[in-house]
Design a protein around this ligand. Sequence first.
Ligand code: HAM
Length: 419
Amino acid sequence: MLTQAIKGVKDVVPSDSPRWQMLEKAMRELFARYGFSEIRTPIIEHTVLFTRSIGATSDIVEKEMYAFTDRGGDEITLRPEGTAGVVRSFVEHKLYAASPVNKVYYMGPMFRRERPQAGRQRQFHQVGIEALGVSEPSIDIDVLVLLHDIFKTLGIQGVELRINSLGCKDCRPKYREALQAFLMERRDQLCEDCKRRIEANPLRALDCKAAGCKTATVDAPAMEEYLDAGCRTHFAKVREGLDDLGIPYAIDRRMVRGLDYYTRTTFEMVATDKTGAQNAVAAGGRYDGLVEELGGPPTPGIGFAIGMERLILMLPQAEVKQAAPYIFIAAIGDSAVRLGLKLVHDLRQAGIWAERDYAGAGLKSQMKKADRSGAKYVLIIGEDELAQGSAILRNMQTKEQSEVPIDGAASMLINKLCK
Ligand code: HAM
C-alpha cells in the first residue's frame, strides 16, 4: 500500500517528463498562434456544477465522479473534465464584459473512476481549449483546424476527424421523441442500461457497445433528418470551410457524445489502429446553452479536449533527449571541494547548468558520475593541480583535455561555454 500508487493513477517519473514537456511546449506554441490564452481553474468544484453541465444521467455523473462531502459539509467533486470549470470561471469573473470573444486553453489532471486500461486512467490529463462568444460557424472551423494542426505538428498519423451535428434546443426535442418511439418498439432487444436510457437519455443508446443494442439501432432515425434550417446551414458552412482548407474529415451520423451540454457541431479525433479498434484521442463540440444554464448571459461556446496519455502513446517513437548539465566539477580534497562549490555556484548564477559530487567520492567514482550525468565538460580539481593554481578541463565527447588556470576559472568557463 505504502509504496504503490492508487489503481488507475500514474506517476510521470523524471525519465518520462521530457516527452510531456515537449508536448506541453508544442501545444502552448500552437495555442498562441491561434490566439488562445491560458486559464487555470481549480481541480475541485461544487458537485452540482458537473451534474448540471455534464448531465445527471450521463455515465460520468452516474458512475465515474470522485464526489465527496468535505469536512464542512460541502458537496465537492474532483473535476472529471475541464469545460464546466472554465464556463463557471467565465461567468464568475464576467469575462464576457471585458471582451466579446474569449479564447482560452488549459492543461491538467482530470478524474474519472473508470476501469483502467492502456490510455485510460482514473487520474488522466487533458489539454483543451474553449472559445466563447461566437455563434458563427467560422469559429467551429478555426477550432477544428487547430485540432488537425496539433496532430500534424506532432507528426501523429492514423487518426481520423469525425464530425456530426446534434442540432439545437429547438430541433433536438423532436428527434429525441422520434428516437424514443423507435427504441420503445425495440425495448426487448436493448441492454438494461439502454432500457433506462429510453426515458432519460435516449441518444446514448446509439453509442452503446452492447451487441444487441448495436443491432437494434442499426436503422434508427438520424439527427440529420431533424436538423432545422439554421442547424443545417451551420453544419454545411463548417464542412465547406474544412473542404476549402483541405482538412480531411468523415461525417459520423451516430456520434452522440457522452456529455449532455453539446449542441450543433460535435467531433472526435479517432485513432484507427491495426486491429480496427477505435479510440477517441480528442473530442469536443459546441455548447451554446451551457453558459446560460450556469447562470451567465446567453453565450455560445465551442471547444475540445485531448487526452494527453493517449496522445503520448501515439507520438512517433523518436528519442526525446534527456537534458544534461554542461559541466561537472570533480574536486578532490577539502580545499578543492570548497573551490568547486564556489565554481558551481558562479556558473549557475551565470545561467549555466553545473553539477558536482555531493558525496566526497574518489576521482574515479566522480568521473563515472560525470559520465552518467551526460555533462559535456568535466573540470577536474585535484590537490596537485590546486597547488599549481590550475585544473584540468576535459571534453567528455572528444576526450580532449587541457590545463586551465583556476584563477578566473569561472569566467573562463562561462566564456567558453557561452560561445
Ligand atoms: P471527453 O470526450 O469526455 O470530452 O474527453 C476528451 C478526451 O479525454 C477523450 O477523447 C480522451 O482522449 C480523454 N479521456 C477521457 N477519459 C479518459 C480517461 N479515463 N483516461 C484517459 N483519457 C481520457 C470532454 O472532456 C469535454 N470537456 C471536451 C470538450 C471541451 N468539449 C467542449 N470543450
